[in-house]
Design a protein around this ligand. Structure first.
Ligand SMILES: NC(=O)c1ccc[n+]([C@@H]2O[C@H](COP(=O)([O-])OP(=O)(O)OC[C@H]3O[C@@H](n4cnc5c(N)ncnc54)[C@H](OP(=O)(O)O)[C@@H]3O)[C@@H](O)[C@H]2O)c1
Length: 260
């Protein structure tokens, strides 16, 4: 039995790899960089003695996704867990996007996550867990982070529906909505610049991975890591939408970020 992890070479993905390998789980990991995957595979092999398959795959490419699925099929891989982590976070006014970047973000965050889940469900064990890393950014529209937050809202809505569709078939489906997570240097800097708010909201990738695994074992529909973030999510629903959107627009207009 295997666990699939997309975005395994990133901050949250790596934390899932370690949390699961520590429990003796065999992993099928993917990311774009063969070099990063090989280094991670060696580390997991030597530290935990688990089996690790890796496949370098640009998730924006249908052909590459199909090659990865063929590799799984040729190796008769059966999945007991699917962990959808890969995602890109472009932050800028929508009119400043190139057409290529619009598609890039939608393909990684939405198309790849949904089509791979669809394909992997055909290779699943009778009892399977699905974790998808969405974001708290998907809980409200976010001017100047519009496409990212909409892509995460799509994932949250989609996997929430899937939770109900698969409820009686042995598949547990949990969508995780983190606030800030200390992963890349630019994200750590953003969290620092948010001051007390950032400090209260942000969590380590290890915290997110461990707690998400607990949440899916309990078959939670959605899981928000951290008490402050749960509180924030609750409050946001009570405050009039116009006030929330004005606050977000002011706050997010200040900085831009690209992804490659
Ligand atoms: N960090 C946060 O504050 C935070 C908060 C809420 C939600 N999230 C979500 O959590 C997830 C992981 O975030 P992170 O902070 O760990 O990000 P990260 O360190 O940048 O990792 C992103 C992962 O996605 C992979 N990826 C990106 N584009 C890809 C593509 N075209 N094809 C295949 N793989 C691709 C990357 O692979 P490469 O190694 O090939 O680049 C990497 O493994 C994302 O979905 C993000 O939206 C993060």
């Amino acid at each position: 039995m295997w666990t699939f992890i997309s975005g395994a070479t990133g901050g949250i993905g790596k934390a899932f790899c370690h949390a699961l390998a520590k429990k003796g789980k065999n992993l099928y990991i993917t990311g774009r960089s063969e070099q990063k995957l090989l280094a991670l595979k060696e580390q997991l092999n030597s530290k935990y003695g688990v089996e690790v398959c890796h496949f370098a795959c640009d998730l924006t490419s249908k052909e590459e996704r199909e090659k990865m699925l063929a590799d799984m099929s040729n190796n008769s891989i059966v999945f007991e867990r699917i962990v959808n982590v890969a995602g890109v976070d472009i932050q800028k006014a929508f009119t400043d996007y190139t057409p290529e970047k619009v598609l890039f973000q939608l393909r990684v965050n939405c198309e790849a996550t949904v089509t791979l889940t669809h394909a992997l469900l055909k290779m699943r064990a009778p009892k399977t867990e699905i974790i998808t890393i969405s974001s708290m950014s998907g809980a409200s529209p976010m001017p100047y982070f519009a496409l990212y937050s909409a892509s995460k809202a799509m994932l949250t809505n989609f996997f929430t529906s899937l939770h109900y569709e698969l409820k009686k078939s042995g598949v547990k489906v949990t969508t995780v909505m983190p606030g800030g997570v200390y992963t890349r240097e630019d994200i750590k800097e953003d969290i620092k610049n948010q001051g007390l708010w950032g400090k209260l909201s942000a969590k380590s990738p290890e915290f997110v991975a461990e707690k998400s695994l607990k949440a899916v074992s309990k078959n939670k529909i959605t899981y928000i890591p951290g008490g402050f973030n749960k509180f924030l999510n609750f409050i946001m629903k009570l405050v009039p939408k116009r006030i929330v959107l004005n606050f977000i627009a002011k706050r997010w207009k200040k900085q831009t970020k690209d992804a490659f």
